[in-house]
Design a binder for this molecule. Structure first.
Ligand code: SF4
Length: 360
């Protein structure tokens, strides 16, 4: 249990219900006090023990001495012309992460980060150019939602959560799954799993583990190419987990009924947007319960690609639709504030994951 760094009060933010119950029982209190504490921290967003008015005053004082409720600090907020909001947060160690709030057709979606930087170096992604700095702790993942909830305008309510910000969530598996458990727990933030989506580039063993976890969040796979040669170039982790293995894991994935897998496909001019690429994709996805999101590339200075023309994008979509695949063109939000897909980046080069899955 991640309770105590030497000499520092235990940070309860990020602990699961069972861990908080163990903590509280370890301090001579009944387990139900742990449930109250869990609900105060996550369900009600308390940042001090003094606010927890249904706990005895003596217990609140004891907790204030022996524990803390860590929070990330809002460092900057930018608002896009299209209404998307990008938040920059500072963590306790000074590292910074970005979170995006996207209003769209009656929904309010939060795009969460799970790592500082990313080790996977996808060729079209600015976060990938940062390299890996560190994993976020579960509390830092959950706290992005709590911080945004505090910043909402009257009448606004977050409806959906997507783990598609900085980092590969399944590379930080344990903290991500713990954060998801807290986000979905009825005494925690109580977001229904069907309103949560986790996006991965395809770490096969972790996809299998996620399927066995019983979490039932939606799974999105960043595909971007339908043959190994091209995908090796665009998504280097494909050399470790080639398409055959990835698709086999997805075919075996225990999808809840009436749910579909989502495939994300960034369209890059003359790289992966030709009719034969679309036909390869149709063949690859045959028999899978899925939909495809077509994402015109968000160009950036450090990225050596151009976005596909509208004509190519629509022709690509037409081939998928003609084969009976649900395919939607999704324009990114927040382009003017660099809040769009693949444009989140805050720091400098650190480490990368090699093709054996080790950090170098
Ligand atoms: S697309 Fe996702 S996995 Fe790939 S480098 Fe960017 S953040 Fe990492």
């Amino acid at each position: 249990m991640e309770l105590r760094a030497a000499g520092k009060p235990s940070d309860l933010k990020g602990l699961s219900l069972e861990e908080i119950e163990r903590f509280i029982v370890g301090h001579g209190e009944p387990a139900y006090r742990g449930r109250q504490l869990f609900h105060w921290i996550y369900g009600r967003g308390a940042s001090t023990f003094a606010e927890m008015t249904d706990l005895p005053i003596a217990l609140r004082a004891k907790l204030a001495e022996q524990a803390s409720i860590g929070t990330i600090i809002l460092a900057a907020r930018e608002v896009s012309q299209d209404g998307a909001r990008k938040y920059l947060f500072s963590c306790a160690d000074g590292r910074q992460i970005e979170t995006v709030l996207i209003p769209d057709e009656g929904r309010l979606t939060v795009c969460l980060s799970t790592q500082v930087g990313c080790a996977l170096a996808c060729a079209f992604c600015l976060t990938g150019t940062m390299g890996f700095v560190r994993h976020l702790q579960s509390g830092e993942i959950v706290d992005q939602v709590l911080a945004l909830q505090r910043d909402l305008q009257p009448g606004e309510r977050i409806s959906n959560l997507v783990l598609m910000g900085m980092g590969e969530p399944l590379h930080n598996y344990d903290a991500t799954v713990k954060a998801l458990t807290i986000l979905a727990h009825p005494l925690g933030l109580a977001y229904p799993p069907r309103r949560i989506a986790l996006s991965t580039v395809g770490l096969v063993p972790e996809i299998v583990r996620l399927g066995q976890s019983g979490l039932e969040v939606n799974l999105a796979v960043s595909l971007h190419a339908a043959n190994d040669e091209l995908r090796n170039r665009l998504v280097p982790i494909n050399r470790r987990y080639p398409l055959k293995e990835l698709i086999a894991a997805l075919r075996a994935y225990p999808l809840p009924s009436r749910r579909r897998l989502t495939f994300e496909y960034v369209l890059i001019d003359e790289v992966n947007d030709r009719p034969e690429d679309a036909r390869d994709l149709v063949k690859l996805l045959r028999g899978l319960r899925c939909k495809v999101n077509l994402l015109p590339l968000n160009e950036a200075h450090a990225i050596p690609f151009r976005r596909s023309s509208r004509e190519h994008i629509e022709a690509f979509q037409h081939i998928l639709k003609s084969a009976g695949i649900v395919a939607t063109i999704r324009e990114s939000r927040g382009l003017d504030i660099s809040a769009a897909c693949g444009l989140l980046a805050t720091e400098t080069d650190q480490k990368r994951l090699d093709t054996t899955g080790r950090l170098t």
